[in-house]
Write a protein that binds this ligand. Structure first.
Ligand code: FES
Ligand code: CO
Length: 331
């Protein structure tokens, strides 16, 4: 059957967060990943994902419903089990065989870190292990999802960037008077690139902190999959640390949905909503900028935009995508 999938051998075989786990309940849900419509649903056995297309007449299975853990197409009621096989065609006399071709493709689907993750190809690896989720001193909070009219790669690049904090997030995460950046050294490993021990002065304390005066935070930022990254921000004076994990769902080459988890080891007397609200505000500021960028796709040719010394991490990201051969969201 015809495929609507955007061709990308790396991203197809990778895991992508596509939904908040807490919101996937009794009804199937339709999402789009790399141009392909995907139905996700929950049964007693766990979570499942399949091609969101009934082989009979091409309707969306996610518009159907679940009956005893079987996905029912809303058009003529064909029923699909969790292997993707059609097990009932209501219009057909009982006892007649159902063609083995009557099936929908199943995809990899797991529930972890508060999200539903899908892989529409052959998973090249398991989901990365993120130790901040195992640490009982931290309280993880899902934020978003945020829909952005921009390439997922542009969102990750923005996440690697420090020099915008003082402008885009002026008075929240920095101030133009303190825009000068320290030397940054990128470490590249097989499956990730990261930077650490980056001191950034912020005239305001991070959300939830009881400090009033400015603080020099120490940042660590890591891109551990082409479209997944995380950072930690620590106040060395008291060890208060905020982790932010980000995974961006490439809907098409130029549209994405951002899933985020903010995790902290302090400020438990501050309502969680305050942290979510702060993150919403910060991310909205980023999105308003990212959506204006041209070219929309991230240029991997380093001559296309003017890279400065301070962009060393974003340059490393572009080089890494180039090496990996990521196609969607790049040019
Ligand atoms: Fe799905 Fe006919 S289109 S049952
Ligand atoms: Co930002």
């Amino acid at each position: 059957m015809e495929s609507y999938r955007l061709q990308d051998p790396v991203l197809e075989n990778d895991w992508h967060a596509v939904y908040l786990a807490s919101e996937l309940q009794d009804s199937p849900i339709g999402v789009t990943l790399l141009g392909e419509r995907v139905a996700i649903y929950r049964t007693k056995k766990g979570v499942h994902a399949c091609r969101d297309l009934c082989i009979h007449r091409g309707t969306m299975l996610s518009r159907g419903w679940l009956e005893d853990d079987i996905l029912v197409c809303p058009y003529h009621g064909w029923k699909y089990d969790t292997t993707g096989q059609c097990v009932c065609i209501p219009a057909q006399p009982k006892g007649e065989n159902i063609s083995a071709r009557a099936r929908t493709e199943m995809y990899g689907c797991v529930e972890k870190y508060g999200f539903i993750w899908v892989c529409i190809g052959d998973p090249a690896a398991e989901l990365p292990h993120l130790e901040e989720f195992d640490n009982p001193e931290f309280r993880p909070l899902p934020c978003g999802p945020y829909k952005v009219s921009a390439a997922a790669t542009r969102v990750i690049e923005n996440f690697t960037d420090f020099a915008h904090l003082m402008f885009v997030h002026r008075n929240l995460l920095g101030h133009p008077d303190y825009a000068e950046l320290p030397d940054i050294k990128v470490v590249k490993e097989k499956d990730r690139i990261y930077i650490e021990n980056i001191p950034i002065f912020q005239p305001v304390a991070h959300s939830g902190s009881d400090k009033k005066e400015g603080t020099t935070y120490v940042y660590r930022k890591e891109v551990y999959r082409p479209l997944s990254a995380r950072l930690s921000k620590t106040d060395p004076a008291n060890g208060q640390t905020l982790w932010i994990m980000l995974s961006v769902q490439p809907v098409t080459a130029e549209e994405c949905v951002v899933f985020m988890v903010v995790s902290r080891n302090y400020g438990f007397d501050v309502p969680d909503e305050n942290f979510v609200h702060f993150q919403n505000m910060v991310f909205d500021q980023d999105a308003r900028i990212i959506e204006t960028q041209k070219p929309e796709l991230l240029p991997l040719d380093l001559q296309v935009e003017l890279n400065h010394k301070v962009d060393i991490f974003s340059v490393a990201y572009r080089r890494w995508l180039n090496e990996l051969g990521v196609v969607v969201g790049t040019v």
